[in-house]
Design a protein around this ligand. Structure first.
Ligand code: NAI
Length: 256
């Protein structure tokens, strides 16, 4: 049995993943804003430090898997804080605990939105690790009416961060596969308001076409995330695995 930490464990994809890992017999430490074993706001430096400190206390300093699901989709700089900087802080902050674990693995939830248009100013600042600049660029995007770019940029940045970090000494060199899973549209509290609004739903269906099975349920993402986080995954690292019912194949087509 493994010890796994899941952020965003109170809802949606994180909740489904935590439930599956528990069903598989693993010990799951759930982290979220106001519920679970660790309550921490991953948009803030204090919350990120709290996550790592509490994880150390609860595990004695050893973790076998980390799954970073916490995320928001607001047209607001908060989105880059949580989705990119919160995820990086989770993965980097818990890396020493993984290094002390058995067959350690790390997974972060990206998005099909990473292949949509992004704002290079946000993505570049995020990849440079400059949160102040990334927040300022996000604010500028919101102010000129392009708040949707904050979300796609946050997911493009975390996907590219995974590809950069995975093959380095810190991750591959320490024997830790690090991957992203990129869902299409999953019916959760994050997307429900959009899907309930007929006009918004039409836009979502246009921008994320899912010819296989339509919109997903969180339970359909959990097995892939759990496998990437399991010892069976020996070779997959640095990948952004699209689990999107064909959306990426349609949107990017031959641009492999
Ligand atoms: P959700 O809203 O059901 O769950 C997200 C969880 O993250 C919530 O429990 C929330 O409290 C937590 N969270 C938010 N901000 C936080 C913060 N500052 N600190 C700590 N925890 C925080 O959403 P869902 O759909 O399960 O999303 C999970 C991940 O999947 C997110 O990263 C999202 O961007 C991503 N995703 C979701 C898709 C969808 O269609 N639902 C599609 C592609 C990606």
């Amino acid at each position: 049995s493994r010890t796994c930490l899941v952020t965003g464990a109170a809802s949606g994809i994180g909740e489904a993943t935590a439930a599956l890992l528990r069903k598989q017999g693993h010990t799951v430490i759930g982290a979220d804003l106001t519920e679970g074993d660790i309550r921490a706001d991953l948009s803030t430096a204090e919350g990120r430090a709290e996550l790592v400190a509490r994880a150390r206390e609860l595990t004695g300093g050893r973790l076998d898997a980390v799954v970073s699901c916490a995320g928001v989709a607001h047209f607001d700089p908060l989105t880059i804080r949580v989705n990119h900087f919160g995820a990086v802080a989770t993965l980097d902050g818990l890396r020493p605990l993984l290094a002390a674990g058995t067959d350690p693995r790390a997974v972060v939830v990206g998005s099909i939105d990473s292949v949509h248009p992004t704002d290079p100013a946000i993505v570049d600042a995020a990849l440079a690790g400059d949160e102040t600049a990334a927040v300022a660029a996000s604010r500028a995007a919101v102010d000129r009416g392009e708040g949707h770019l904050v979300y796609s940029s946050s997911k493009a940045a975390i996907s590219r961060w995974v590809r950069r970090a995975a093959p380095t000494d810190a991750w591959a060199g320490a024997g830790v596969p690090l991957n992203a899973v990129a869902p299409g549209v999953v019916v959760t509290p994050l997307t429900r308001p959009m899907l309930d609004d007929p006009e918004m739903r039409g836009l979502v269906e246009q921008s994320v076409p899912m010819p296989l099975h339509g919109h997903a349920r969180p339970e359909q993402l959990a097995p892939l995330i759990a496998w990437l986080a399991s010892p069976e995954n020996a070779l997959v690292t640095g990948q952004v695995v699209f689990a999107d019912g064909g959306a990426d194949a349609l949107l990017r087509g031959d641009r492999t």
